[in-house]
Design a protein around this ligand. Structure first.
Ligand code: FA5
Length: 344
């Protein structure tokens, strides 16, 4: 009987070692735990037989039975740890998050069309070597008027319907208010654009707002000519409208440029054939510009006998209106979502 029990215990131990090799999940582990250590397990049956072994052999058989039982318990413990570790590794792999990665901004609306096309405008000029400088929205009389050759009492002041603050400052009427500062603070070659909000005490209509955006451009260096200005602006308009465009200079008067004028583009709506918007002419007058007046250069401390430069100022909304065929400037700030959503 002793040998039979010892034999059975050895077989049970070796079966258990084989079975536990293939345990991969907790369900299988529970089954094996019940099979080898449960109340109705083979081990329980063998242990019942120990009573039938002779008295003098019982200690040896009992000791072996305990060793086999401890061996099986250790197999259960090892398998439990292996399964737990596998679970942990799987979770780490699947739920792994890189806490140092940049956050993903949830989509909430989109950029206003003015912002979108202002960014496009800045990109185009930056690619041509221009820097970007922001204007002061409230500035003094000197920068908005005097420094650009419009002294007090000059009739040209009437062309700008100005909002004055109580302390005699102005809500800038044009981004030319930055010409003097930019030229004073930088050394030639100076290539700057000034995109910013302007304010005029206008009776608003489809083409006039009291608050609108201008983009000023200033280029000062030795030997700068009108041709450079036409080339720069043609390059910009072609990139902005994404088509071939001709430009022409039509003389006009601004106190801070000489010669001064308007740039006209081939009408982007009819490609120069003539339509309602260009009044059949095939051309659109789009911006004020010219060669910077020697007096304006001198007021900024630039020697006008050595340096020349050009400047321009255009209204951004009017360009966006042409690009997207918008017929009323007041739509930009009306807050009508049906309008804004078209630019998502
Ligand atoms: C000026 O403001 C000059 N400072 C431009 C300039 C700069 C000339 C440098 C020479 C050298 P003007 O008042 O024409 O010019 O305005 C320029 C552009 O701003 C206009 O062509 C138009 O596109 C836009 N603009 C002017 N007033 C309004 C308005 N009330 N609403 C919308 N856009 C406007």
């Amino acid at each position: 009987m002793k040998n039979e029990v010892l034999d059975n215990l050895d077989k049970l131990g070796s079966c258990a070692r084989d079975d536990f090799k293939n345990v991969t999940d907790s369900k299988k582990l529970d089954e094996l735990r019940t099979k080898y250590l449960g109340r109705k397990s083979a081990l329980t049956d063998i242990l019942k037989k120990v009573k039938e072994v002779k008295q003098e052999d019982r200690a040896e058989v009992g000791k072996r039975a305990n060793e086999v039982k401890a061996g099986i318990e250790s197999l259960v413990e090892t398998a439990t740890k292996t399964i737990e570790n596998q679970k942990l590794e799987k979770n780490l792999k699947e739920d792994w998050k890189d806490v140092t990665a940049p956050g993903v901004r949830p989509q909430r609306g989109s950029l206003h069309p003015i912002t979108q096309l202002m960014q496009k405008t800045e990109d185009i000029f930056v690619n041509m070597g221009f820097e970007v400088e922001m204007p002061y929205e409230i500035d003094d009389d000197y920068h908005n008027f005097e420094s650009v050759n419009i002294p007090k009492g000059h009739p040209a002041r009437d062309a700008w319907d100005t909002f004055w603050t109580e302390d005699k400052n102005v809500l800038i009427t044009h981004t030319s208010s930055m010409q003097n500062r930019v030229m004073k603070n930088k050394k030639p070659p100076i290539r700057i654009i000034v995109p910013g909000k302007c304010f005029r005490n206008e009776a608003t209509d489809a083409r006039h707002e009291h608050t609108f955006y201008q983009v000023e451009g200033i280029y000062v260096d030795k030997g700068i000519t009108m041709t450079d200005m036409l080339g720069t602006l043609k390059t910009y308009f072609e990139a902005f409208f994404e088509k071939d465009i001709d430009v022409k200079f039509i003389p006009d008067y601004f106190p801070f440029v000489e010669p001064g004028g308007q740039i006209a583009l081939t009408c982007v709506l009819c490609d120069g054939k003539g339509c309602k918007v260009c009044k059949g002419s095939g051309w659109l007058e789009i911006l004020g510009c010219g060669m910077i007046h020697p007096k304006v250069l001198e007021m900024a401390g630039i020697d006008s006998t050595s340096y020349t430069g050009f400047a321009w100022g255009f209204g951004l909304e009017r360009l966006i209106m042409l690009k997207h065929n918008i017929n009323d400037i007041r739509l930009f700030h009306k807050g009508d979502l049906r309008f804004i959503k078209q630019f998502n």
